[in-house]
Design a protein. Structure first.
Length: 357
């Protein structure tokens, strides 16, 4: 259930030498370090290969690093009461939900001087005005990964996955209920945030009708199925597909004409955190320009860290699968939290989709 496929390290361009992205090997000392521990709960392999070790060496703070597979797992773990985490990485719509549920602590911006490195476009958001509870970590899109040799043309519509029989038995969708229903709504010409009863019902019906043609509702491993040749098209995170594109040149990625989903993963301190000072130290470290560039080079998602992006080569900064065109961005949408009542209806619809024959 990995968010990232991890092939051999030899394909990581950064490991050929830090000069490839203009990064020195001397990493910054963490400010405000006080020793002790910090408990970090993150997506699987969603960090530079040596980031944790280098932070520990720099700060003297020991990191307990635990992994989750998706936002639903993270939210379920935290909803029953914080089991001991100091730093978590929820996606934007879950941040909104967690703020509403009083599950996040306000950040002390004075202890995060590396906020200056963040692109100003990310410093104020609808889901967290003024970035009171969250700071941006990575961002990207959800679109369609595909095997080039198996498709006549790159997919141009979500309907090719959600309505057509063109790829019957060769389709992987994500397993996250909200996202899959949202893409069905996009396929039907609706906003992915228009959770009317009619739109939920229509999206549910579309998925139930298509279900016999779907190979898998993949638990965050659609890229692995695509790489292994078990499917020809997959609804996936762009970074997942970009990573397997590096080891298989028969893989492509497309944002459908209806647009995709824009997401932002964030750094947050959960309510009940015990090592709040050290959590701020780690956040500040992750927002350092050189550290951020090394992370972005490794995970291959779009960084909101302008100072880090400035250190990257053009094959990263000019890649439209990482940084979509203005036209693609205008057609795509960020998810907002629909409210608890809508979430209940979404979950009920998804239960019926999964139970359908």
């Amino acid at each position: 259930m990995n968010r990232f496929h991890r092939p051999s390290l030899s394909r990581r361009r950064f490991l050929a030498g830090s000069a490839a992205v203009g990064i020195s090997l001397k990493l910054p000392k963490a400010a405000f370090a006080e020793g002790g521990k910090v408990n970090f709960y993150n997506w699987d392999t969603y960090i530079g290969e040596t980031t944790i070790e280098e932070f520990e060496d720099s700060s003297g703070i020991e990191v307990q690093y635990d992994l989750f597979a998706d936002n639903a797992e993270l939210f379920a773990k935290m909803r029953g009461g914080n089991p001991g985490y100091d730093l978590i990485v929820p996606t934007n719509n879950y941040v909104e939900q967690m703020i509403e549920a009083d599950m996040l602590l306000p950040l002390d911006h004075s202890k995060i001087p590396n906020m200056k490195n963040i692109d100003p476009a990310f410093l104020d958001t609808a889901f967290d005005p003024g970035r009171k509870f969250s700071l941006p970590y990575m961002w990207g899109t959800i679109g369609i990964g595909y095997r080039i040799s198996a498709v006549e043309n790159p997919p141009t519509s979500w309907k090719e996955l959600l309505e057509s029989d063109t790829y019957a038995g060769r389709i992987a969708l994500m397993s996250e209920p909200t996202t899959v229903l949202q893409m069905a709504m996009k396929a039907q010409g609706h906003s992915l945030n228009d959770w009317s009863d009619e739109n939920i019902a229509a999206a549910e019906a579309m998925l139930i009708a298509q279900k016999p043609r779907i190979t898998s509702f993949a638990p965050d491993n659609g890229q692995d199925l695509l790489l292994a040749g078990e499917v020809d098209v997959a609804m996936e995170w762009n970074g997942d597909i970009l990573q397997i594109m590096e080891e298989d040149d028969d893989i492509g990625y497309a944002l459908p004409d209806e647009g995709g989903l824009l997401w932002e993963d964030t750094l947050c301190i959960p309510t009940g955190a015990k090592n709040i000072e050290n959590a701020h130290v780690l956040i500040n470290y992750l927002l350092d320009a050189e550290v951020g560039a090394k992370i972005a080079e490794y995970v291959y998602y779009a960084t909101p860290n302008a100072a880090a992006k400035a250190l990257m080569e053009s094959d990263y900064t000019d890649n439209p699968a990482i940084f979509p065109s203005d036209e693609a961005m205008q057609k795509s949408e960020s998810a907002t939290f629909p409210g608890q009542e809508r979430m209940r209806k979404i979950d009920e619809a998804w239960t019926r989709v999964k139970a359908a024959g």
